[in-house]
Write a protein that binds this ligand. Structure first.
Ligand SMILES: NC(=O)c1ccc[n+]([C@@H]2O[C@H](COP(=O)([O-])OP(=O)(O)OC[C@H]3O[C@@H](n4cnc5c(N)ncnc54)[C@H](O)[C@@H]3O)[C@@H](O)[C@H]2O)c1
Length: 348
């Protein structure tokens, strides 16, 4: 069944739409021809550059690209005035924890100040809307489970979990969540925050565990794993996250937070071995891919475990993740094997 955001919204501003989740989100909504999509992105190393290509923009007359860095408040203002959105989905963020440890200021500026600038410009834009348009407007802020810090072997994060970020990345996201929430309480902007677990799927930059593992197996080079590999994550296939964002945009309540998890709680080493076995089977490699695994010194502040209790969004918005880890990994591996040029570009 095809789903249409245009049943409620006509003009949507997607920030970070050239990134992994944002690009998948845009691709899923391009069939919705009554929806005008504006992709705002600064374009960084992790972006899918074809979103800037004129051919794509020409062929898809419901998609426009705006090259703007949210750090630039005037540029952000112009983008809002140009796009006149009734829905904003804020994906834009520097997203790699390792990089945040090396250059924390970049994360403060991009993620926290960037979101602050966007909120400020949204506030002045929203204040000028008619009463009806004010009510219907939504600002969806995409956040992460990492803002809650780490779990021990037991328990799950939920909407009531306290914030306890461990890394500069998660601290910058936590701060942006607080700004978003306060813009709802103070200025009544209809914001919603979603905190999602680790995503995987096509078009993810191969610095993240799953595409890095696939890329290294294809190139027959070592697969680095932090510490002893027992850290656990709750993996979600990107399309399931996008389904949750679709429902949240249409039916989520302003001021609410929704926690989203795939329900696949698995250790890094189990996950990597699983991928190795799958690629061995598909590509008939001469030696076992598992032999490429190399344990390396653990990352400082490495959270042990994330896991999400998604019962609120399941109950209130009737959402369910439908892609199990087995099927999701098959689709993901196949996508990277079918798109060797994409991986080559990301290597260079
Ligand atoms: N990938 C995950 O597992 C995951 C899980 C939960 C939440 N999230 C959140 O989802 C969002 C998207 O993550 P992703 O994995 O697609 O990241 P990504 O790194 O693949 O893409 C991020 C995109 O945002 C753009 N961007 C960054 N800062 C910007 C700025 N200041 N102005 C304009 N554009 C900017 C980048 O150029 C890039 O194209 C992020 O907010 C991230 O915190 C990601």
């Amino acid at each position: 069944m095809k789903k249409y955001l245009s049943t409620k919204f006509k003009r949507i501003l997607v920030t970070g739409g050239a990134g992994f989740i944002g690009s998948n989100f845009i691709f899923k909504n391009l069939h919705d021809k009554k929806l005008k999509i504006f992709n705002l992105d600064k374009i960084s190393y992790s972006s899918n550059n074809f979103f800037t290509e004129e051919t794509l923009i020409k062929n898809q007359n419901n998609l426009s690209f705006l090259r703007v860095d949210l750090k630039d408040q005037m540029g952000t203002r112009n983008a809002l005035e140009f796009s006149k959105p009734d829905l904003i989905i804020n994906f834009a963020a520097e997203s790699h924890v390792d990089k945040s440890i090396i250059n924390p200021r970049l994360f403060l500026e991009s993620n926290t100040i960037g979101t602050f600038n966007l909120l400020e410009e949204v506030r002045s834009y929203w204040n000028k809307l008619s009463l009806n348009k004010k009510d219907d407007f939504r600002f969806l802020h995409i956040s992460t489970d990492e803002v809650f810090g780490t779990l021990t072997k037991e328990g799950k994060f939920s909407e009531n979990s306290p914030y306890l970020p461990s890394s500069p990345y998660s601290a910058s996201k936590a701060a942006s969540d607080h700004f978003v929430n306060s813009w709802h309480i103070t200025y009544k902007i209809p914001t919603i925050i979603v905190n999602c677990s680790n995503n995987y799927g096509p078009r993810q930059y191969p610095e993240k565990l799953i595409p890095l593992t696939i890329k290294n197996i294809i190139n027959n080079i070592e697969i680095p794993i932090y510490g002893d590999g027992t850290n656990r994550r709750d993996w979600i296939y990107v399309d399931d996250h996008i389904d949750a964002l679709f429902l949240t945009s249409l039916n989520g309540l302003p001021g609410k937070k929704y926690c989203i998890g795939g329900g696949n709680d698995i250790s890094n080493i189990e996950l990597v071995k699983f991928i190795c076995k799958k690629i061995d089977q598909i590509t008939q490699r001469e030696s076992k891919a598992e032999l490429l695994i190399k344990f390396i010194k653990d990352r400082p502040g490495h959270d042990y475990r994330y896991s999400i209790d998604s019962s609120l969004i399941k109950k209130d918005l009737n959402w369910q993740p439908i892609t199990g880890i087995d099927e999701g990994l098959d689709k993901t591996i196949q996508w990277y094997l079918n798109n060797p040029n994409w991986l080559k570009i990301k290597n260079s």
